[in-house]
Design a protein around this ligand. Structure first.
Ligand code: ADP
Length: 392
């Protein structure tokens, strides 16, 4: 008999990524992964099997997320190697104070999570809209939310608070941190492959369109560059990263900007895109000879290096620096620039290994292991959903 399936969903503003897992007795096994990209290919969903076969599912309503879900559902029902979809596990970016573990996404839970939409406007509304559409498409399946903030709930007070009157902390104005599903995956992968690092002092840099860093000790987050919202910390594809709050006051008082205008500026017009005036794609910036592209990259690298220093101080030393995310996994020049000049940490670098995106790119005898670990947020969602279903 076929084992039931778990569908994992990561619904964004213009794309939907999903995977289908067989809910095995131990770890769920990925059978398929797929994507719908409203911008690049609005008329179809692409599904790939683990052995590389590819299928295109045409949409009855091109561009519509609901139509993409219907196509995925119909495909799941006719796929001969899939059991019934028992759970749909969703990536939800912000869990706020109330959601620190996987949770069934009831109407009440969704209403609480909607309140957090202004804190992650590029993701949270789309994550939650995805839940509503998935509920309709898969009415027999349990909808389970897995939260990017959950991994960081182990932060000590000093890494969790701002210097505001205490009542704001009590109200939930805290440094939540994001990319937690990725950090969960990567920290487990590091511990599995390099057991000597399982209890080590590790900094993970998740560098993609969204970018953040996490200080991990004993497998637990003790600090993150992102804060209350997904804006803080490193500059990102289109987000500004750390900014003096005085700049916001200036924009309001001198430029007459309101909350909507500032939201648009900080989330969509800043970061690599704003600094370069070219765009948010790191490949394009690395290939450009425009000095502003170079400045944008320099600022990105500078902020990462600064955070490596700060997190090393917080951890009391550094055993490993791990790169992940689209830039972290693929952009060898960025990794080389980040690691240059860290001899004072005992870090030596293997340029040839770096050029090949090898798993270990530090030199032999380096006091700091430098690693490249591809992330897999959906594997974490599938595992958490399976455990939730079995009450584990
Ligand atoms: P998201 O945060 O949207 O999941 P990704 O993790 O997919 O983003 O990362 C997207 C970023 O990775 C883009 O800036 C893209 O240019 C960059 N990237 C992907 N492949 C490469 C590469 N080979 N070299 C440099 N940058 C790359």
């Amino acid at each position: 008999m076929l084992q039931p399936s778990i569908l994992t969903l990561n619904a964004g503003s213009s794309s939907l990524k999903f995977s289908v897992f067989a809910a095995g007795d131990a770890e769920p096994t990925r059978l398929y992964r797929g994507a719908f990209d409203r911008g690049a290919a609005p008329d179809r969903v692409t599904v790939r099997s683990h052995d590389g076969d590819q299928e295109q599912l045409p949409l009855d309503e091109p561009g519509a997320l609901a139509s993409a879900f219907r196509a995925v559902l119909a495909w799941c029902e006719r796929a001969e190697d899939l059991g019934p979809v028992q759970a749909v596990g969703h990536r939800i970016v912000h869990g706020g104070l109330d959601f620190a573990a996987p949770t069934e996404l009831t109407d009440a839970a969704i209403a609480k999570l909607r309140v957090l939409e202004p804190l992650a406007p590029l993701h949270q509304p789309h994550n939650l809209d995805g839940v509503l559409v998935a509920r309709e498409a898969f009415p027999q399946a349990m909808q389970i939310g897995c939260f990017d903030t959950a991994f960081h709930r182990t932060h000590p007070f000093v890494n969790d608070t701002f210097g505001l009157p205490h009542r704001f902390y009590d109200e939930g104005v805290r440094r939540y941190g994001f990319h937690g599903l990725s950090y969960d995956y990567v920290s487990h992968a590091v511990a599995a492959q390099w057991p000597e690092l399982a209890h080590g002092r590790v900094v993970i840099a998740h560098l993609g369109n969204g970018a953040s860093m996490c200080a991990v000790r004993d497998g637990k987050s003790v600090g993150s560059t992102m804060g209350f919202s997904a804006l803080d910390g490193l500059p990102m594809g289109t987000r500004c990263g750390q900014i003096d709050p005085g700049v916001l006051l200036y924009l309001m008082q001198t430029h007459g900007m309101d909350a909507d205008a500032i939201t648009d500026l900080l989330y969509k017009q800043s970061g690599l895109k704003g600094l370069s005036g070219i765009g948010n794609d790191m490949r394009e910036l690395l290939a450009s000879d425009d000095p502003r592209a170079r400045q944008a990259i320099d600022y990105f690298v500078f902020r990462i290096r600064r955070e490596v220093g700060g997190m090393t101080a917080v951890l009391g030393g550094l055993d490993a620096l791990v790169f992940t995310g689209g830039i972290g996994e693929n952009a060898a020049p960025i990794r080389a620039e980040v690691c240059a000049g860290f001899e004072w940490l005992g870090l030596t670098f293997d340029d040839a290994a770096n050029d090949h995106n090898a798993a270990r790119i530090s030199g032999d005898g380096s006091a700091v292991q430098v690693l490249v670990v591809p992330t897999d947020e959906e594997a974490v969602i599938a595992r958490a959903s399976a455990q939730f279903l079995t009450g584990g």
